[in-house]
Design a protein around this ligand. Structure first.
Ligand code: ATP
Ligand code: MG
Ligand code: MG
Ligand code: MG
Length: 442
């Protein structure tokens, strides 16, 4: 009763003391009738506990199963063979939340991925998932630290909206009372409304996209980190993206050492400035690739020919290019027709935009960025060109009418970056409860 409650991380400092610990059972090993070893888990820490003699024969001891939640009383001693070189001799067992033995079947790693996804709420307790979501939390802290250092304010735009940002073809309609509305695909237009108030702002919110193809980097609901910055020109934007990714990857390398040692031991944080490549050079790269790989060239599924200037380059060839090059790429100057209506045309080539995607190996695009059209008439002309209705964007257009300023911004897919840092092949593994076509539970 006078045992001190301690955190598992504090164990080495409490050798010989009467203590109590709480946690979930990772493993149970029974040796004969009188000896039970269990590993308990709390946060990222593990403690080996040993139960001997009469205690091993009690009703409580028989209830020690995988994922059972327990409170254990006892003393700590050194044990070279235990994780952390500390072991607890248990004097008293309290079963806090029993766990039936059928859990072993539910968590069977060999079962098919969809069945495993049905058990996602339990699957999240694995070591891998523990490390991954701990890494994610630290990565997010890294972003927020970076933004705070730059004086950026976090805001929360609405996610039930009337307007589209990216063309709208992938938006989920929702019934909003008697009106038709949509789940947001990007918060960017709303972020722009805060520039005259706070100068530079960001948000971390879900964006929703009704993706019809099941790729390894698309979710129907993902965490979208978006930033909008007043008085940033294109060069400022590129520099900002580099600084941010260098900062956040270094933050992860120092703050999430334990997690990375488990998930991605070879991880190297980013340094310096990134390689730059224009969209036109990307098309040339793909043509050259096809010349060198006539047996297995990249073909545009829509045209049946190789990729030409003006084509949208999808995931696979994009990923192949960045994997081959083996370092992040700032892919810039996309033609207007491939990008959203608000992106500013390039000063040197009006057919192209001041846009940039950040590509990283194993994933491809993690960021879409651009400077924005800040001139009212230019925006009106662009709507006309695209046959868009201007009236429903009246509030967005007003920003150009009343004290417009040059500005730039971007959107980053949090799960995509986490895939790369945490070394996951598939975005579903980097999301707590992934949503994709056909999946809405748990
Ligand atoms: P992609 O080319 O992969 O379809 P996108 O160009 O349509 O992406 P943007 O509209 O530029 O995406 O959105 C900004 C960022 O949001 C992307 O760079 C990406 O990191 C992330 N993102 C976009 N769509 C998804 C999705 N369906 N699932 C997860 N992340 C996404
Ligand atoms: Mg897309
Ligand atoms: Mg894209
Ligand atoms: Mg994009």
């Amino acid at each position: 009763p006078d045992a001190k409650r301690i955190d598992l991380a504090e164990c080495p400092k409490n050798l010989g003391q009467p203590i109590k610990v709480e946690g979930w059972i990772k493993h149970v090993r029974r040796q004969g009738k009188n000896l039970i070893f269990i590993d308990i888990r709390r946060r990222m820490e593990t403690l080996q506990c040993v139960i001997t003699g009469q205690l091993a024969k009690t009703e409580e001891a028989s209830q020690l199963t995988r994922e059972c939640c327990v409170r254990l009383f006892g003393t700590l001693h050194e044990e070279k063979r235990a994780p952390g070189e500390v072991e607890m001799s248990v004097d008293f067992i309290e079963i806090v939340g029993p766990s039936p033995v059928d859990l072993e079947d539910k968590l069977n790693r060999d079962s098919n991925p969809e069945q495993r996804m049905n058990q996602r709420h339990l699957d999240l307790r694995s070591d891998d998932m523990g490390c991954l979501f701990s890494l994610r939390a630290k990565m997010m802290a890294g972003f927020r630290t970076f933004f705070q250092q730059r004086g950026f304010a976090e805001v929360t735009p609405p996610t039930i909206v009337k307007n589209s940002c990216e063309g709208g073809s992938k938006m989920f309609p929702v019934k909003y009372y008697e009106e038709e509305a949509f789940l947001t695909e990007s918060s960017q237009l709303y972020l722009e409304t805060m520039l005259a108030t706070l100068d530079s702002v960001y948000c971390v919110l879900p964006s929703y996209r009704a993706e019809k193809s099941l790729t390894r980097r698309h979710l129907a609901e993902y965490t979208h980190m978006e930033v909008e910055m007043a008085f940033y020109d294109f060069e400022d934007l590129l520099k900002f993206l580099e600084d941010m990714l260098v900062f956040v990857t270094n933050y992860c390398a120092t703050e999430a050492k334990v997690e990375l040692a488990k998930l991605n031991p070879g991880f190297k944080p980013l340094t310096g400035s990134f390689r730059r490549m224009s969209y036109a050079e990307q098309i040339q790269w793909l043509k050259d690739y096809n010349k060198q790989h006539p047996e297995d060239p990249f073909i545009n599924a829509e045209t049946g020919k190789e990729y030409e200037y003006g084509d949208d380059v999808p995931e696979k060839p994009e990923r192949c290019m960045v994997d081959t090059i083996g370092e992040p790429i700032l892919l810039h100057s996309f033609p207007k027709e491939l990008k959203a209506f608000y992106m500013k045309p390039s000063a040197t080539n009006p057919r192209e935009t001041e846009s940039v995607d950040v590509l990283i190996p194993t994933v491809g695009e993690i960021v879409g960025a651009s400077t924005r059209i800040d001139d009212y008439q230019e925006l009106m002309d662009r709507y006309k060109e695209l046959g868009m209705d201007t009236e429903s964007y009246y509030w967005y257009n007003d920003l150009r009418k009343y004290g417009s300023c040059p500005h730039a911004g971007f959107g980053l897919g949090v799960e995509r970056l986490l895939c790369w840092i945490g070394h996951r092949d598939h975005i579903r593994d980097a999301c707590m409860f992934p949503r994709y076509m056909g999946r809405i539970t748990p």
